[in-house]
Design a protein around this ligand. Structure first.
Ligand code: 5GP
Length: 266
């Protein structure tokens, strides 16, 4: 996918300074994304990098174009959620690979929703492979590299002071709604939403808001007809066509009208 050729005055008219070559301060560098400050205290720029990791960071690579693909997919899915009144950090895609977002105080939780039993669930519990999970399972892991993201329960989460019961209840309710909205949207795109991981934060008013990204890095997508993997499992399994798969998913989810609206030339 080609880099967007966006005119300079586009940014001026949007009142956003996105020149990454100036001295914008890097606030946070994750495994696949960077967060930069903006002129506004409550807004940040999230840039999606080409780095990809798996297996607790043991397996690493850099896939040209992955960051751009994930920024487009995430932007589209955040917009789909916003249309259904689900609060997200997303403000707009400012160029291919970079998203203007609300600044959030992130909770160290990985909120996982599962519609089908696969992945780490099968290593921990005697579910049948590909068993349908109805109602879906919501699981929370502690986002902490030192402790290797262990699974939490509400009591441990509260005892660690990570969230209150009210916040946990709200997060679970929002996650179920997100699962409903995204499962329906992706089904129309012939993608089965198997499971996914979300991260939430609090905005300046203390509201719980969806942050991070929703992309093939953080979800399991299967081809609805063949059940073929369309996500990071292709990298985990060392397939040689990982970027082709990411581009295919991007083409399935993002359409020409989206690119036009975002001023992106493909
Ligand atoms: P599992 O627990 O089966 O490995 O993962 C369940 C779902 O959550 C998958 O869609 C997986 O991609 C996502 N997930 C779980 N933990 C992480 C993580 O630490 N990083 C990312 N990017 N995704 C995760």
């Amino acid at each position: 996918m080609k880099k967007a050729k966006i005119k300079n005055n586009y940014f001026k008219s949007q009142n956003v300074d996105v020149n990454m070559n100036d001295s914008k301060k890097l606030i946070y560098a994750g495994k696949a994304k960077d967060v930069y400050e903006t002129e506004k205290e409550d807004e940040v720029i999230v840039t999606f990098r080409d780095d990809i990791t798996a297996g607790d960071g043991d397996k690493k690579d850099n896939l040209k174009g992955k960051g751009e693909c994930n920024s487009l997919i995430s932007s589209k899915l955040f917009e789909v959620l916003e249309e259904k009144d689900i609060k997200t950090q997303y403000i707009k895609l400012i160029e291919n690979g970079s998203m203007l977002s609300k600044k959030l105080d992130m909770l160290p939780l990985e909120v996982i929703a599962r519609n089908i039993a696969t992945g780490s669930l099968l290593k921990k519990f005697p579910f049948k492979e590909n068993q349908k999970l109805d109602p879906p399972i919501i699981q929370m892991d502690y986002k902490n590299d030192e402790y290797h993201d262990p699974m939490l329960n509400d009591e441990i989460t509260k005892a660690l002071g990570l969230a209150t019961q009210e916040e946990l209840d709200e997060i679970k309710e929002i996650t179920l709604k997100i699962n409903e909205v995204l499962s329906k949207f992706l089904k129309e795109k012939e993608i089965l939403l198997v499971d996914f991981k979300l991260e939430f934060g609090k905005d300046s008013q203390g509201n719980i808001v969806l942050g991070d990204e929703i992309s093939p890095d953080t979800c399991r997508y299967w081809d609805i007809h063949t059940l073929k993997t369309l996500d990071k499992d292709s990298f985990r399994q060392s397939q040689d066509n990982v970027m082709d798969i990411y581009k295919q998913v991007c083409n399935m989810i993002v359409d020409e009208n989206d690119l036009k609206k975002w001023n992106i030339n493909n």
